[in-house]
Design a protein around this ligand. Structure first.
Ligand code: CP
Length: 310
């Protein structure tokens, strides 16, 4: 792959190959031998703990060279555009940029430069606004595959602030293609019936004892500017109506996985004392993220014939 910006264009075979490769790395499989250096910048214009550190770890394990980039102190604060910033990286000899930005599909002009533009930089999308979060989606698929060994027929509920979630958007699409049955739940004002093509929208209490995977989403207050529901948001009420409390936790199937991309709002999406409970897979997701990001970066390194790899 010359870039890795979305899961939508991946075939099912490519998704399964990435999961296999990530599982191989997790089991201690050898990384490819690079005969030339590959330089990477991690350009995060939105805050991140998991994704940023996980990409940095994946780069280190693959033998790529991370060139530090401090988004907050970059010249974008003086008005330089993202495209021009990427041209700078290109001129300095950077091969790949891992980018998180708040604008949906920010990567469009970077991967399809216009007439007379010559940007030549591999782009890996670490999250674009409410658009896509391909690395989170693929590490989620790896975590489900590791637990169940299949996707076909699994019932997966996506619960919470769905309209604003790039994780939900990537996952509903990929899970459907992999043969899982998708369900949705949460406040109706954060659900969009355009998602009906992927699954049914049901009350959370009708789903908890039926599903194999419960994907909780963070309430994304930072994306609620102008949303009338933000000013009346009541965390305790949300938790009581849609959150996983002890009663709902007890009704989950024995082998149910609770997933969450993080960060978790304690006692909102999930009771705070259930974060490390046996059915909570959050730390497994984070651990798998390193190996999935290695597989994704390797695919782009190979796709661009970098590091002496074919
Ligand atoms: N899951 C996720 O994207 O977490 P961070 O915002 O901490 O990277």
């Amino acid at each position: 792959l010359p870039h890795f910006v979305s899961v939508e264009k991946l075939t099912v075979d490519q998704i399964n190959a990435l999961i296999d490769r990530a599982e191989y790395f997790k089991q201690g499989g050898a990384t490819p031998t690079l005969t030339q250096p590959v330089y990477v910048t991690n350009m995060f214009f939105e805050n991140s703990t998991r994704t940023h550190t996980s990409f940095a770890m994946a780069e280190k394990k693959l033998g790529l060279t991370e060139i530090p980039f401090d988004a907050a102190h970059s010249s974008m604060s003086k008005g330089e555009t993202l495209y021009d910033t990427c041209l700078v990286m290109n001129a300095l000899g950077v091969d790949l940029s891992v980018i998180r930005a708040s604008e949906n599909a920010y990567y469009g002009p970077l991967i399809n430069p216009g007439a007379g533009q010559h940007l030549n930089l591999g782009i890996v999308n670490a999250g674009d606004g409410s658009g896509q979060h391909p690395s989170q989606s693929l590490l989620d698929m790896m975590t489900i595959h590791e637990h169940f060994g299949r996707f076909n027929g699994l019932k997966v509920a996506i619960v919470g602030d769905i309209t604003n979630s790039r994780v939900a958007r990537s996952n509903m699409e990929i899970l459907t293609r992999l043969g899982a049955e998708v369900y949705f739940s949460g406040p109706d004002y954060w659900y969009d019936h355009r998602f009906d093509q992927y699954g049914k929208y049901l009350p959370v209490d009708e789903l908890v004892d039926q599903v194999d995977v419960l994907m909780l989403l963070r309430v994304q207050h930072e994306r609620h500017a102008g949303d009338a529901n933000e000013s009346s948001f009541d965390a305790a009420k949300y938790h009581q109506q849609y959150g996983i409390n002890h009663d709902r936790y007890a009704r989950l199937k024995d082998d149910c996985l609770i997933m969450h991309p993080g960060p978790i709002n304690h006692d909102v999406e999930l009771a705070g004392d259930l974060v490390e409970a046996p059915k909570s897979a959050f730390f497994k997701q984070m651990q798998n993220g390193v190996f999935m990001r290695m597989a994704m970066l390797e695919a782009v390194v190979r796709g661009r014939h970098l590091g002496g790899l074919q």
